[in-house]
Design a protein around this ligand. Structure first.
Ligand SMILES: Cc1ncc(COP(=O)(O)O)c(C=O)c1O
Length: 362
C-alpha cells in the first residue's frame, strides 16, 4: 500500500480535552456541542461517538444529520438548530423526538396540527440583534403561551445567538445579553446564549446551556488568538507530501498567472494539495506551510491539485517529505488569516479526496 495523497488526522483525545476546557469555563452549564456540517469537517459520526458520553446534546443543522448520528448508535439528543426546514418534515421529526429550535411563525402554525404521543421538545429562538433567525424578543411571552397551549409541544427553553462574541468587549454583545435576559425574565424553561466565543469571553453568557463548536475542534474563536493561548489542542492535522523540487533562476515566475517572481535563485517545492482538496484558493504568498517541521512560505497561486513553496530556508528538504498544511505545530488560525478566511471555513472545506484517520489515546 502506498502513502495516501492528502490526509486529515483527527485526534479524538484532543477533542475530549477541548470539551474538558468547555466544562472548565462553564462548570454549571450543560453542553450542546455543534456537530453540524460533518462536525466542522472532522467526521460527524466519529466525533459523535467520541463525545457521546461527554455531551448533553448535539447541535445539528438538519434532520439528515440527526439521522446519521442515530444510525451510528449514539444516544445523546440531537437539537435541530433551524427546526423543521419545511412542514413536511414535522411528522418525522416528532416521531424521532429530537428537540427542535423554533424561530418563525410558520413553524408554530405548522405544529398546530401535530398529534403525537410524546410532546415534541422545543427551544424558542429570540433574535436579540443578529437579524438572522429568531422571534423578536417582545414576542417571548406570547410564544410561551402558544407553546404551553399546544399539547404536542414541550418547552425546553430560550435560545439566542451572539453576532460579535469573538470581538473583545463588544457593546453589541452586551446589548444582546441585556435584551435576552429582559425578554426571558420570569419565563419558564432553560436558557442558552453562548457559542465558543461567547462562553470564553462573556461569563454572563454561561447560563443553563452553552453551545460550543469551533473550540471543540481546537481552533480559537477569539480574534487574534491561537488555540494554544486558550488551552485548546488542535484536533485536525492535514498533511501531504513534497512531490517535486526545482531550482528556479532569479527573474522567473512560478505558477498560474506568473504572479510570484523569484527575486533570487530559489528552490521551489511542489506539494500535492490544492483547492481540489480544500486548500483555500485565496491563500496569499507567505501563507505558512511546514516541510520537515520547518515553516516555509507558500508562493504563487494555489492550483487545483498543488501548491508551490519557497524552500530557501529548508535546504534539507527532499521529495517525499511530509508537508503539514495546518494542525500539529502549524496553527490553523494563521493559515486561515493568510487566506482571508476563518478556521471554520478551512475545516468544512476539505473535499472527499482527503483521507481521514482517527487517533485516540484512550
Ligand atoms: C446557533 C448556533 N449555536 C452555536 C454554534 C457554535 O458556534 P461556534 O462554532 O462559534 O462555537 C453555532 C455555529 O454556527 C450556531 O449556529
Amino acid at each position: 500500500m502506498w502513502p495516501q495523497r492528502v490526509t486529515a488526522t483527527v485526534d479524538l483525545s484532543a477533542l475530549r480535552h477541548n470539551l474538558q476546557r468547555v466544562r472548565e469555563y462553564a462548570p454549571a452549564s450543560r453542553v450542546m456541542g455543534a456537530l453540524k456540517a460533518d462536525a466542522y469537517g472532522h467526521g460527524m459520526v466519529a466525533v459523535a461517538r467520541a463525545l457521546d458520553d461527554g455531551l448533553d446534546a448535539y447541535a445539528v443543522a438538519c434532520l439528515e444529520e440527526a439521522e446519521a448520528i442515530r444510525a451510528a448508535g449514539c444516544r445523546t439528543p440531537c437539537v435541530l438548530l433551524e427546526g423543521p426546514l419545511h412542514p413536511q418534515e414535522i411528522e418525522t421529526i416528532a416521531a424521532r423526538g429530537e428537540p427542535v429550535v423554533l424561530h418563525a411563525d410558520w413553524q408554530l402554525q405548522a405544529l398546530r396540527t401535530l398529534r403525537c404521543a410524546t410532546p415534541l421538545p422545543v427551544w424558542i429562538k429570540l433574535d436579540t440583534g443578529m437579524n438572522r433567525l429568531g422571534f423578536r424578543p417582545d414576542q417571548a411571552r406570547r410564544l410561551a403561551q402558544a407553546v404551553s397551549a399546544n399539547p404536542a409541544l414541550k418547552l425546553l427553553g430560550w435560545m439566542t445567538h451572539l453576532a460579535n462574541a469573538d470581538a473583545a468587549e463588544s457593546a453589541g454583545t452586551q446589548a444582546q445579553l441585556t435584551r435576552f435576559f429582559a425578554a426571558t425574565d420570569g419565563l419558564p424553561g432553560a436558557r442558552t446564549i453562548a457559542n465558543s466565543a461567547g462562553l470564553m469571553a462573556y461569563p454572563q453568557a454561561r447560563v443553563d446551556w452553552v453551545r460550543p463548536g469551533i473550540m471543540l475542534y481546537g481552533a480559537s474563536p477569539l480574534e487574534g488568538h491561537t488555540a494554544s493561548q486558550d488551552g485548546l489542542l488542535p484536533t485536525m492535522r492535514v498533511e501531504s507530501r513534497l512531490i517535486a523540487m526545482r531550482d528556479v533562476p532569479a527573474g522567473e515566475a512560478v505558477g498560474y498567472g506568473s504572479e510570484w517572481v523569484c527575486a533570487e535563485p530559489t528552490r521551489v517545492g511542489v506539494i500535492a494539495m490544492g483547492y481540489g482538496d480544500g486548500y483555500p484558493r485565496h491563500a496569499r504568498s507567505g501563507t505558512p506551510v511546514q516541510v520537515r517541521g520547518q515553516t516555509v512560505a507558500l508562493i504563487g497561486r494555489v492550483s487545483m491539485d498543488m501548491i508551490t513553496v519557497d524552500l530557501r530556508n529548508c535546504p534539507q528538504a527532499q521529495v517525499g517529505d511530509t508537508a503539514v498544511l495546518w494542525g500539529g505545530g502549524l496553527p490553523v488560525e494563521s493559515v486561515a488569516e493568510h487566506a482571508g478566511t476563518i478556521a471554520y471555513d478551512l475545516f468544512c472545506g476539505l473535499t472527499n479526496r482527503v483521507h481521514y484517520h482517527y487517533e485516540s489515546e484512550t
